[in-house]
Ligand binder design. Sequence first.
Ligand code: GLV
Ligand code: MN
Ligand code: MN
Length: 496
Amino acid sequence: MPISHSTINKNSKAPKPMCYSSIFFYSCLLLLSLSSAAASASIFSGNGTENAENRSDLFSEILRDEAVERLYELGKVSDASGYLERTFFSPASLRAINLIRRWMEDAGLNTWVDQMGNVHGQVEGSIANAEALLIGSHLDTVVDAGMFDGSLGIISAISALKVLYINGKLGKLKRPVEVIAFSDEEGVRFQTTFLGSASVAGILPITAMQISDKRGVTIEDILKENSLEITEGTLLQLKYDPRSVWGYVEVHIEQGPVLERIGFPLGVVKGIAGQTRLKVKVRGSQGHAGTVPMSMRQDPMAAAAELIVLLESLCKHPEEHLSYDGHCSSFNVKSLASSLVCTVGEISTWPSASNVIPGEVTYTVDIRAIDDSGREAVIYELSNRMYQICESRSVSCIIERKHDAGSVVCDPELSTQLKSAAYSAFKRMVGEIHDEVPMLMSGAGHDAMAMSRLTKVGMLFVRCRGGISHSPEEHVLDDDVWAAGLAILSFLESFL
Ligand code: GLV
Ligand code: MN
Ligand code: MN
């Protein structure tokens, strides 16, 4: 079976930024050694894996067949009928926790679930007091999700450890190894991401427990419903001691088109874009759709439309909008333009009836860029312009900053180790290869961002069909699931 796809295709909080530094952006955004990687497409479209099928050291039954079966099984654990949705501590999440815990036990791991709903599966190392390797990803999903985002990282890690277990090598790992399935990375319910990994990294403030969902239910309420109580003390106990941790590794679906375009199943992540989430509330004058003359309206819907179009325009062409001072060069703004992405993904109106001019419109804004100071500059300019528009339309607008995560640079040494592991997996599957494992940037957020506050982090990306993610169309080839498991296995073998 070929391993390759056929190649198809007035926030007051914002300080005025001085400059849009290009820091590490230039070295990374434009992805990779495209030229050498492009040449490798043919490597993975040959019949290497057909020969590989019969090799017992490739553990296809566990790393591919069982892993894929488990991805489909977990993909059905949903709160919705007809599509996949699993949010923090929802009934489906609780079922997912039990399932993942069972799979961890099946791999010979000691398991527990902590007070924030993270599932842990651990094996002790043979060297006393050695620092632990953590491998993880998230068990929650977006609404109408694909089944690989998050789950792939959890399942490939469990599968690789299961191979060691079955072969009597699990107890021979020199350092403790722990798989963590984090309870919340998407932030769908509370708009604040990384509830799980931030608690392990020790960066989740106790005040976060008072954040509420749309129905006014707080995180604290949900935990109480599950007989869990989080105090400052228990939150502190969830934090890992950085001296006890060696590093954090995450396998994740790429969620973009690069690996498919260059024909490689796996890539190593250089860094992750920073992100900010805003909640915008526009208030106007609620009224009768048939009686209020157009000239007398204070319509928050029309205002929101203008604000959203402003966002799109600013993020498409920041160079035309940002008033930068003498410290900034056009080069910096250009580099910002290549990574900046802005999205309004959620909008609601009150009272939401066709014959009523709304009284209120609320929407979310998601802003990402590799360059943190550039992202700040965008938020500063955007907020100022938004307040001006709201004033000119006689509506009020409140911009709330719900979430911020700075960009992350993956650890170069760990990345080199992951690169070797990916290389060795390819070599085991298809024989000698001469091409570089691609290095790429992540526009998507990952638990590795929170974990980078605790320890060094490294990530492996797995190719997906059409670069599609956060959609039921998300797909990873069975053989690429296999390649990911084999790469993690090769990585773990370096600790034997
Ligand atoms: C998570 O998938 C994110 O990038 O929002
Ligand atoms: Mn996601
Ligand atoms: Mn994810």
